[in-house]
Write a protein of this length. Sequence first.
Length: 563
Amino acid sequence: MFKQNKILSLFFILFLVVILNLVFYALKVKADNASTTAAVANKAPTFTAGPAENPASTASSPTLVGNNVTFQATATDKNGDQYYLAICKGQGITAGSNGPPTCTSGQWCISSATNSGSQASCSYQVQQTDASSNDWYAYVCDKNTSGQCSSYSQGSGDSGSPFYVNHQPTFTSFSDDSPKDPGSTVTFSTTASDQDGDNVILYVCKSNDFNGSTCGAGGEWCHSSASASNPTCQYNIPNVFPDDDYAAYGYIVDSRGLQASGGSQGSNSVLTVNNVAPSISASSIQVLDTDESGYLTLTVEQGQTTGFKVKFTVVDNNSCQKSGGGNEIASAVVHLRTSDLSQSQCDEAGEANNNDCYPVQVSCSQDAGSCNGTSDSDATWTCTFGLQYHADPTVAGTPKASYQWVAAVKATDDDGANSGLVDSTTYSNELDTFVAYDLTTSTIAYGSLDPGTDSSEQSLGLKATGNVGLDSQVSGTDMTSGSDTIAVSQQHYNLQSGQGWGSGTALSATATEVELNCKKTTITATPETKNIYWILRVPDPQPAGSYSGTNTITGVIGEPNEW
């Protein structure tokens, strides 16, 4: 009974569900549709931060030509669109259609599309042609087919409009007033200015190595103080400085450190230092013997004694060393003479005389180690010379006792400038006497004689092979043949030919001076000669035999007035 009731309840529920669905269906079939519409407007983005320069470009801290001015701003868009930051040169802008806008008066820069609420930025590289002060107008425009732009903003404070430009100075000419001598001042001049009104500074470098604030490793000649325009600077050339052309590169920088570009920037003006003639101090000239002490002393009989010296100091304000190395002084010559002659009487080869004038002695050289580089003006030189055997002595007891041997010296530099001839007026030297002679023969051959007869006249004399006039001392020995003797007094001598035995002077064993008066030699190849004439008288009676002996003839200095 319970089971049947349960089944009936289920059928009743199913019946109700069917009836309800049929009712709902009938009602639905009879309903109408109503559509909905709405228009959402596109709105321009708005600034929420900025616009501003970062970093700020101000009158006191302008942006250098070649550097960037960077602009930043943040904007939001109510439509959620991306936006562009546009920095225009003037007022007015046209939004793009789903792209960047266009500034009416030209743009400084426009950013890329930026998400709403994010910071946008763009940069402008400053040009030399830009004005010193440049206004800007910032807009934000959305990226939409119906693009919209905000009102402009110029920011505020130092980071707001305008931005300022530091222009490169102009540099149109660069020169110097060389050539100049050592010890002079050279001035470097420019035509240069700065359109921003900044002061300008000139740097003159020895090499093309300016780093923007100083010359590099090559060093500088000079730099100027800050000047409104056309700066100049000066270099004081040292008193000792090599002659040459020196590179001199000019650079202009403004007071903010911006270099000029083009024009004369980095051009080479070339500093020229003149060549000046060398000089020789008379007091430095020394006439010296071969060992550099005492009188000049001849040593070579009937020949030339070499190795005498003239030493002196050459002073050259171009220094003793060239800028590229090597000796500044190229050559030196010496004219040697006795001081009774003037300089002009012994300065040419045609005036040479082996007695008293030796011009153009050319064996000269700079002494090693006497030059200490390009800052040293002095170097010592040594010239060597020779004197012939009959060069005039100047010591006491000679005809030129009141004179000396002096030197006139001339130095010539590598450019041909010379000191002129300078006399050794302070230090000269004496030439000593040189007694030298030869006999004209080594044998007096009287020949074969009978007792009681005279020989024929024989000559034997002296040749002056030194630098003095000669007298003579004579002596002799007996002539012997075994135990037999012919007395020395049997030989007589005369100073003139043809005088005979009876007018002569008997020779003795004691040295006796003979006033020979042999002149001093004056011609190198022809020594002066003076003969003594000899006659032997054989005694009667006299034993036969071959007799021989020795006569001694010695040259001595004659009286000066007889030379």
